[in-house]
Design a protein around this ligand. Structure first.
Ligand SMILES: C[S@@+](CC[C@H](N)C(=O)[O-])C[C@H]1O[C@@H](n2cnc3c(N)ncnc32)[C@H](O)[C@@H]1O
Length: 249
């Protein structure tokens, strides 16, 4: 099955196999057997490939990471229509374990198709729990901290609210909610308000920020300056996806 993956992706996947062992949480060997059933991912691509955002290449890397680190309690911040969520659903189904909690804003209900429809169509109702936040995932994370009082996630794909404020607060809350050894992916390391198509369409939303802040790459600032001070170790940057991969110590 793996020989169907384009060479560039295989090269990318191989680089994960060469990573160091986890020192915390479950001990994972460098040569952990990877679940090679990619049929669910391929099916999502063929049925829902036209839906925006996550690409199959990224889903294949998620598959590799989730298997390599044996991640089961998954969190996603920013699902939009839920394409990345159902890719993760396919990965969990192939592994026979795992659950994804995923958060976006109320407005995500109005997308067509919406995550609710994608979950229905894929049959992943038991695997994925979407949360529609009134204002921001940060408030939902705060409620989870109050409720659980202990780390509950071993994976987070942070793909929403790319300003410095939202990302930095998000990471600080994740440092409480993520288990030692857990893996965090920060998406859109190179995003800035100034370059954002959304902010170009809505200049009034950009205007509240100084010129300096508009041109800054907020997620990258968190990756470089904040993350290490909140108990995360950078593993690597995956430049082709603008992803930063880190591990909770
Ligand atoms: C790039 S899209 C997510 C794409 C999705 N992960 C995928 O790959 O299919 C970013 C999403 O983040 C959501 N978002 C932005 N700020 C947010 C916040 N503060 N709280 C919750 N969701 C937020 C937006 O509504 C948007 O749907």
């Amino acid at each position: 099955m793996l020989n169907q993956i384009p060479l560039a992706i295989l090269a990318c996947l191989r680089s994960y196999r060469c990573g160091t062992e986890m020192k915390f949480g479950k001990r994972i060997s460098n040569i952990t057997e990877i679940n090679t059933d990619l049929s669910g991912i391929k099916e999502i691509t063929s049925k829902f490939g036209d839906i925006k955002y996550m690409k199959e290449e990224q889903a294949l890397v998620l598959h590799e990471i989730i298997n390599k680190y044996d991640l089961v309690d998954l969190l996603e911040l920013g699902f939009f229509q839920g394409k990345s969520s159902i890719y993760m659903g396919a990965i969990m189904k192939a592994r026979g374990k795992g659950h994804l909690t995923t958060i976006d804003l109320e407005v995500a209900r109005t997308k067509s198709p919406s995550i609710l429809q994608l979950i229905e169509q894929t049959g992943y109702k038991d695997l994925i729990t979407p949360i529609f936040a009134h204002r921001s995932y940060t408030w939902e994370l705060a409620q989870m901290i109050k409720k659980s009082r202990k780390p509950i996630f071993d994976f987070c794909y942070l793909d929403g609210g790319h300003t410095f404020d939202v990302t930095a607060l998000g990471v600080s809350l994740l440092s409480i909610l993520m288990k030692p050894g857990g893996i965090l992916i920060l998406d859109d390391l190179n995003w800035s308000i100034a370059k954002s198509p959304h902010c170009k369409e809505h200049p009034e939303q950009a205007e509240i920020y100084s010129a300096d802040e508009q041109s800054a790459m907020g997620v990258r600032m968190v990756w470089e300056e904040v993350l290490p001070k909140f108990g995360f170790k950078q593993i690597k940057e995956i430049k082709e996806f603008s992803w930063g991969l880190a591990q909770k110590l």
